[in-house]
Design a protein around this ligand. Structure first.
Ligand code: NAD
Length: 245
């Protein structure tokens, strides 16, 4: 990738509307494993706990695993260099928008502002009856399931479960940006999750240059990516930062 970094840096400098699209890979170096692959979460847990119908029927059991995965495990994670560089690029006016499939809040913790949370955010909980929002740090997850203080109803993490639709604002803003973008950087995503994977595909169809950062090849690499920077998110973005800022 050594020779490609200066080329990508000049594409970014010349861009009018640069967007980023991130997946679980951007948070791997913060200690959060992806869902798929050899160390993936689905090798250890049954994805059924995130099935909406199963959750509604078995909230105690689901919350037992959800609290272990998303509130024990995720809670110690801190933004890594990749999150910080993306926030820095936005602050410097180079990055206009960031669409993330992640629900870990690490882009926001790193300082990114214009973030479209395509799959929601685990730091928020929502009452299934009245729609009131709560923050996960208000709860003691030794006492599950967490309940609404107004009506006693069970709370659901405000990220999407299997069987749920994409939050409307995130969906519309992500695709609007994909139509506007002239450069899109994909970081750490297999491209297997739809409709999220249509976001960079839409950018491509509208003429954007697609740059992919991933140590592996993905479903994007062959048909969508123009330049593949093969490496980890923090390493490649740190090198790009040196060229850019
Ligand atoms: P994925 O789990 O399907 O794939 C992860 C990708 O990251 C792979 O292509 C892998 O090669 C790549 N990768 C691994 N280490 C990397 C590194 N250090 N730097 C760059 N890339 C690296 O991820 P996905 O396509 O994003 O889909 C999984 C879905 O699960 C997402 O929609 C997301 O909502 C959810 N998820 C979120 C988190 C999180 O919030 N951090 C974690 C796991 C899963």
């Amino acid at each position: 990738i050594k020779d490609l970094v200066p080329e990508v840096a000049s594409i970014i400098k010349d861009s009018n509307y640069l967007m980023a699209f991130t997946g679980a890979g951007v948070s791997v170096e913060s200690g959060i494993p992806p869902f798929r692959g050899p160390n993936g979460l689905w090798n250890k847990y049954d994805p059924e706990v995130l099935n909406l119908d199963y959750f509604l029927e078995n909230p105690e059991e689901c919350w037992f695993y959800i609290s272990e995965i998303f509130y024990d495990f995720f809670s110690d994670a801190r933004p890594n260099k990749a999150h910080l560089v993306l926030a820095h690029l936005e602050k410097d006016g180079l990055l206009k928008s960031l669409v993330t499939q992640n629900i870990d809040n690490l882009h926001q913790q790193a300082g990114s502002l214009n973030v479209h949370e395509f799959h929601g955010n685990s730091k928020r909980l929502k009452c299934l009856k009245c729609g009131k929002f709560f923050y996960s740090n208000e709860f003691d997850f030794n006492k599950i399931p967490p309940r609404c203080d107004d009506d006693g109803e069970i709370l659901k993490p405000d990220f999407i479960f299997f069987g749920e639709g994409i939050p409307r604002d995130a969906y519309e803003n992500s695709f609007a940006d994909a139509e506007k973008a002239d450069v899109c950087i994909i970081v750490g995503s297999t491209g297997e999750v739809t409709p999220a994977s249509f976001v960079p595909r839409t950018a491509k169809q509208n003429g954007a240059v697609i740059i992919e950062i991933n140590p592996e090849e993905t479903l994007f690499t062959e048909p969508v990516t123009d330049i593949h920077l093969k490496g980890t998110a923090s390493d490649v973005l740190a090198r790009l930062e040196l060229e850019l800022l």
